[in-house]
Design a protein around this ligand. Structure first.
Ligand code: AHR
Length: 634
């Protein structure tokens, strides 16, 4: 986490407030009564939503370095792969309908007519906008191959700098025989300067024919997971202390057509048995991030899974009719749930164990579909009911989330989505204040203030924070909330949806002001909502107060106006003190101030310590500022 720090005292705050008051600004009054708890705060309020969009996994979180490792092609030829013919070498490459598995029935056939040690031939992979190579780092890989003859054929594997041609790491494997076989390898970089301007070369130095498939290469991953995730991005997520992960979508769950849905069965097991599939966000998914990898991601960050399941509707309008037509999809979901939580005696649990994870995962929430209000056939009510009954019959404790209101039965939880501009999010701060407490609980499964491209700016963070104060004040009703989209690859062509929380390229990642606002909000969340009243502030000022009995009070203040706002706080029940407190402030001079991949720390929180005496505190909240004040009760 990137924080700046400053040391303040109440005297400073009071003096600052007094200066503003002298300038004629009357302070707003925030009256907090710590002796009047209003309702419990949901312990799972803050979590994450994710899907394959903006190169979120491939070219993003999923640490695979090779782009198009399964040799897909179009009329231009193999995608992301290029022929190498050095010196006098001569070779050609084509797609062959011969592959190592049913799921991957094709391969790249490399025919080298002429090559020697000084004139090798082979294939080059460009990576996801380059391949990041860091100094003294171990890269582990694998590939499937077979050759045209029985003689052993040495295949050289190298990471090469684009500009200088310098070999940064290399190794070789000996391809033996005419049958498909998997080869594993590792290579180590030396004192290279960290850069993403590199590519992979696979070369041979004699005439031969070679078939290749599933060429994969990984850097070190978070928690050293095989087939794992990028460390820098996982660390940013960990700093948010998320309590749940909603996956795998979003539109990505639904697919453009039913055939292109997230079919969990095709995303588990060895990579060679995963056929890959087109995603609705205009690029192809490797499915390296499959059902088990999502669950292990949850495990790594101590998040509970919120499992979104395909519910018979795809984005292009294809619908499996409720009744017999829908039944296979219901069974698919029952099998999926069993894969997640089934014990050793179950088919699903046994399958999961065979994939390396014998222990069942925890599961409380299953979400049926995504944004089914778009279904023009209006079949969701019946589809939801069919899934609900089948799931509850087998797993009565599971909570079933609906994506739009239904009438035939009462959903356990309803998923609301909001994508809005800042002023609209300000208006949303009171949206749930009067909401029906007798209806379903609410999951705000996707929300974002959409200002800033590719990542949100400070103005968006203000809209987000105003909205979050409303969720906190109503967190007896709002059980969970998650921003979306979470990720964007900032390279040209990487983004399909603007305003995404965390940006990256192949080498590094950065956090937006909106990300920092969420880290601040998540860093102090009490277990109950405290009775609090604000008067005398303008309509662009927002607050929430929560507390944990005997440990801390959390005050969130959001000033969406450009003018500083003095606030006179009374904390009835705090006692005479002294109490230590920590203040975090995120602010900027304009709403358009932001962070970028080149300037990742322009808008970051500033932390200060203070000591409180008595139950009154006067404070100036700067213009365009978000503040989180954590007061120790002990
Ligand atoms: O977050 C981007 C998209 O917005 C999601 O895929 C979809 O659920 C929503 O419409």
């Amino acid at each position: 986490m990137n924080y700046r720090s400053a040391r303040l005292s109440t005297a400073f705050l009071i003096a600052a407030a007094a200066t503003s008051i002298l300038r004629g600004q009357a302070p707003a009054a925030l009256a907090v009564d710590l002796n009047r708890p209003k309702a419990p705060v949901s312990p799972t309020l803050y979590g994450l939503m994710t899907e394959e969009i903006n190169y979120s996994y491939d070219g993003g979180l999923y640490a695979e370095l090779i782009r198009n490792r399964t040799f897909r092609s179009d009329w231009t030829g193999l995608l992301n792969w290029f022929l190498i013919e050095k010196g006098t070498a001569s070779a050609k490459v084509a797609v062959s309908n011969d592959g190592p598995s049913k799921a991957l029935p094709n391969s790249a056939k490399l025919e080298v007519a002429k090559a020697d040690a000084s004139s090798p031939a082979g294939l080059l992979n460009e990576g996801y906008w380059g391949i990041a190579v860091r100094p003294n780092t171990r890269y582990t890989g694998s590939l499937f191959a077979k050759s045209g003859g029985e003689d052993s054929l040495p295949l050289k594997i190298a990471l090469v700098a684009n500009q200088s041609g310098q070999v940064l790491a290399s190794t070789s494997v000996s391809i033996a025989g005419t049958a498909w076989k998997e080869y594993k390898f590792a290579m180590q970089s030396g004192d290279a300067t960290a850069s993403a301007e590199n590519h992979l070369e696979l070369t041979i130095d004699k005439p031969a024919t070679l078939w290749l498939q599933l060429v994969s290469l990984f850097p070190p991953t978070y928690h050293d997971r095989v087939n794992g995730n990028r460390i820098d991005i996982m660390e940013k997520l960990a700093a948010m202390h998320p309590t749940f992960l909603r996956f795998p979508g979003g539109n990505y769950l639904e697919g453009d057509r039913i055939d292109n849905r997230f079919d969990w069965r095709k995303t588990v097991g060895p990579l060679v048995d995963r056929p890959t599939h087109p995603s609705p966000w205009s690029y192809h998914s490797t499915d390296g991030m499959g059902l088990l990898e999502f669950l292990e991601w949850c495990e790594d960050l101590h998040m509970e899974p919120v499992l979104a399941v395909f519910a018979g509707y795809s984005l292009g309008g294809q619908v499996a009719k409720p009744g017999a037509d829908l039944e296979p999809y219901v069974q698919e979901v029952l099998d999926e749930i069993e894969y997640v939580i089934g014990g050793p005696g179950t088919k699903g649990g046994t399958l999961r164990a065979s994939h390396g994870h014998p222990a069942p995962f925890p599961l409380r929430y299953v979400e049926v579909g995504n944004e089914d209000s778009f279904d023009r056939s209006r079949s969701y009510d019946e589809r939801y009911a069919q899934f609900y009954k089948a799931i509850k019959a087998k797993y009565p404790d599971l909570q079933i989330i609906a994506t739009t209101p239904v009438k035939s039965l009462r959903p356990d939880v309803l998923d609301d989505h909001y994508y809005k501009r800042r002023q609209e999010m300000f208006a949303m701060a009171n949206h749930y204040d009067q909401a029906d407490r007798k209806g379903p609980k609410i999951f705000v499964g996707e929300w974002a203030t959409r200002e800033g491209d590719p990542t949100p700016n400070l103005g968006a963070a203000l809209g987000d924070s105003a909205f979050l104060t409303g969720l906190e004040r109503n967190s007896d009703l709002i059980v969970m909330a998650a921003y979306a989209p979470l990720f964007v690859n900032v390279n040209p062509g990487g983004m399909q949806w603007s305003t995404d929380l965390i940006g990256y390229n192949a080498l590094s990642s950065y956090a937006s002001p909106a990300y920092y606002a969420q880290v601040m909000f998540g860093s102090c969340l009490g277990d109950h909502i405290v009775s609090a009243d604000l008067s005398g502030a303008g309509d662009k000022f927002f607050y929430s107060v929560t507390a944990s009995a005997k440990s801390k009070v959390c005050v969130k203040l959001v000033n969406g106006s450009s003018t500083a706002q003095p606030v006179a706080m009374t904390l009835n029940g705090l006692g005479s003190g002294p109490h230590t407190a920590r203040l975090q402030t995120l602010k900027a001079e304009t709403t358009w101030a932001t962070n970028t991949i080149e300037n990742p720390e322009r808008v970051v929180p500033v932390r200060s310590q203070l000591s409180l005496k008595g139950e009154r505190l006067e404070q100036v909240v700067p213009g365009y500022a978000i503040q989180v004040l954590e007061i120790d009760l002990k």
